[in-house]
Design a protein around this ligand. Structure first.
Ligand SMILES: Cc1cc2nc3c(=O)[nH]c(=O)nc-3n(C[C@H](O)[C@H](O)[C@H](O)COP(=O)(O)OP(=O)(O)OC[C@H]3O[C@@H](n4cnc5c(N)ncnc54)[C@H](O)[C@@H]3O)c2cc1C
Length: 423
């Protein structure tokens, strides 16, 4: 089968890899000049299979309101909020308060996380990819005794699902992360021992190189404008090529992996995807003292900043901001991220030289990604991965390939069904 993929972020590239290995002819269209150059570029670099959870979290709703009024608070809302932002927040509240939904969705995402880890390990065994990837675990710090109580509950659920985790005292945390000599509050942590890290941008580029070797055709610098379809099938993607000319590419099946830009492509087919671009920021700095740096990846629950070791670099990220597709990088946001790094890993890097970045999480109002068949028999969606697209990319690519080939997916996909927002 000839399959066209729209979008060359980490989700599109992993999808291309799964499909070409199954013997399909694959063409991928991407508007940037390279793979992984949009949201997949500067993320927190965590492959946090054991930490995936839905955005619509009933416990978060009450914490979120005070955060909005704190200078360093992790949640920001552009004032006045747009109609889209208000609509998205109301939809989130509706899902958060639907009895039982958070638990069901969290279990579904964790199952996909387990599968994703398996697929990453298989992929990394098959190909030698240089992306500063590792599986040295993940720590969620507790800066209050209450946070430790929450981790105890999470530890219980993970045990039920067979996902390894440990509760650590503050002393054990310092043993695991000897560079953590800062004065940030610390009451312990939960450790996700089988989780990992890796530069998602480098991974996407490296895997795209492998895919090219396997025969995938990459069309870079092209903007897909619309899908050509009739009542039963999608026939082609119509795109503007790098030279500005309009062109059409016919295929037997189509997979939309266009992240935040997916809704506009499928709206003409009658499918509503309420994906909102949740903005975040990151800094990347060269380490000046590796002994003072994180060993792996550490989530500081105090300022909600993640610090991750990527080879000889430090990546630190933070903020959840509803501001539409606004690419400004306010100095205050970057300062908060640096403050967290200084309070946990002082002296590990020269933060004045850090590279700054902003990107948009393709968030659904409930939380699970959108994975499944679209409103035409040969149209498939693998998008809306929100906070966890790097972590879940390998698993979601695997299950969408299984669906395309008419196989039973390794993970139940009910929570991820594309039509759920219209039910
Ligand atoms: C601050 C921050 C921290 C994060 N940290 C983590 C983390 O630690 N772990 C984790 O798992 N996830 C993390 N994420 C989320 C993760 O980065 C995303 O979920 C993931 O990158 C989404 O991948 P994607 O391929 O779906 O989207 P993208 O990377 O955005 O790729 C979509 C691609 O489609 C292309 N495209 C769109 N429309 C068109 C069109 N019409 N024509 C041609 N091309 C098109 C775009 O150019 C883009 O390259 C983080 C996100 C942010 C913002």
């Amino acid at each position: 089968m000839h399959i066209a993929i729209v979008g060359g972020g980490v989700v599109g590239v992993t999808t291309a890899w799964e499909l070409v290995r199954r013997g399909h002819r694959v063409t991928l269209l991407e508007r940037h000049q390279m793979a992984g150059n949009e949201t997949s570029k500067g993320n927190a670099a965590q492959r946090s299979y054991g930490v995936v959870y839905p955005w619509a979290d009933p416990a978060m709703v009450f914490k979120a309101v005070p955060w909005l009024f704190q200078t360093d608070g992790p949640l920001k809302l552009r004032v006045p909020p747009s109609v889209d932002a208000i609509r998205f927040m109301f939809a989130t509240l509706r899902y958060a308060w639907s009895p039982g939904m958070f638990g069901l969705n969290k279990r579904a995402m964790l199952r996909l996380g387990i599968h994703s880890r398996e697929r990453f390990l298989a992929l990394e065994q098959e190909h030698d990819l240089a992306f500063d990837g590792d599986h040295k675990g993940l720590l969620h710090l507790a800066s209050t005794p209450e946070a430790m109580e929450e981790y105890r509950e999470i530890h219980g659920l993970l045990g039920e699902l067979g996902i390894a985790s440990r509760l650590l005292t503050a002393e054990q945390v310092r043993e695991a992360e000897p560079g953590m000599t800062g004065d940030g509050p610390l009451f312990g942590a939960i450790s996700y021992d089988t989780d990992g890290t890796g530069d998602c941008h480098l991974f996407s580029r490296e895997l795209a190189r492998v895919c090219e070797g396997l025969g995938v055709s990459f069309h870079y610098g092209v903007e897909v404008e619309r899908l050509a379809f009739d009542a039963d099938t999608v026939q082609a993607v119509e795109y503007r090529a790098a030279d500005g000319k309009r062109q059409s590419l016919a295929a037997d099946a189509f997979v939309i992996c266009a992240g935040c830009w997916s809704p506009g492509l499928v709206r003409p087919l009658g499918l509503n995807l309420p994906i909102y671009p949740i903005k975040g920021y990151s800094i990347t700095a060269t380490l000046t003292d590796t002994a003072k740096a994180p060993v792996s990846t550490v989530h500081d629950d105090h300022l909600k900043v993640v610090s991750t070791r990527l080879g000889s670099r430090l990546r630190a990220t933070g903020f959840v901001e509803l501001a539409g597709f606004n690419r400004d990088i306010p100095e205050a946001r970057i300062e908060t991220i640096k403050k967290s790094v200084r309070s946990r890993f002082p002296g590990c890097a020269d933060l004045t030289m850090a590279e700054t970045w902003t990107g948009f999480r393709p968030m659904t109002p409930d939380g699970p990604a959108i994975i499944g068949r679209g409103p035409r028999e040969n149209l498939f969606l693998n998008t809306g991965h929100g906070t966890f697209g790097w972590t879940l990319s390998a698993g979601s690519a695997s299950v969408i390939a299984q669906l395309i080939d008419g196989e039973e997916p390794s993970v139940p996909l009910d929570a991820f069904r594309p039509g759920r927002f219209q039910e």
